[in-house]
Design a protein around this ligand. Structure first.
Ligand SMILES: Cc1cc2nc3c(=O)[nH]c(=O)nc-3n(C[C@H](O)[C@H](O)[C@H](O)COP(=O)(O)O)c2cc1C
Length: 115
């Protein structure tokens, strides 16, 4: 069966939005989180809050997303997601905002791949 997914909107589809949505509506197979950034070390501060904690997120239906252009950071994020119980993570390759793209992240990754 096809899975219907909830797309992420930074600043809108946060943990409260997702949980309230899930409480009142049926039919979404996967909820993608808005992107996380700044995963500079293990046990990084940005992964310690309610936005990703398994205490507030259903690890079976939530897919955490990262915005990064660094292999080490992406692997670190993947490992931390795994240790929290998530089965999947998502790499943002589409964000078009100049502040993001100019730093070769989001849709800026595509420019890197053609160099
Ligand atoms: C304000 C804003 C924030 C967004 N944040 C994210 C994000 O964090 N991650 C992501 O993958 N897409 C993000 N998107 C893209 C949306 O999830 C969606 O894919 C895009 O708006 C196209 O959807 P539409 O075809 O229904 O308009 C964002 C879009 C907007 C307008």
């Amino acid at each position: 069966m096809e899975t219907l997914s909830l797309a992420p909107f930074q600043g809108i589809t946060d943990v409260v939005y997702r949980n309230v949505f899930k409480k009142h509506f049926d039919g979404i197979g996967k909820f993608y989180t808005p992107f996380f950034t700044g995963i500079q070390k293990d046990n990084s501060k940005s992964l310690r809050g309610e936005e990703i904690s398994p205490d507030y997120n259903d690890v079976k239906t939530i897919v955490p997303q990262i915005l990064s252009n660094t292999a080490e950071e992406i692997i670190r994020f993947a490992n931390q997601c795994k240790s929290m119980g998530y089965a999947e993570f998502n790499l943002n390759m589409g964000c078009p905002f100049p502040r993001v793209a100019n730093k070769t992240r989001g849709c800026g990754l595509m420019a890197v791949s053609t160099r």
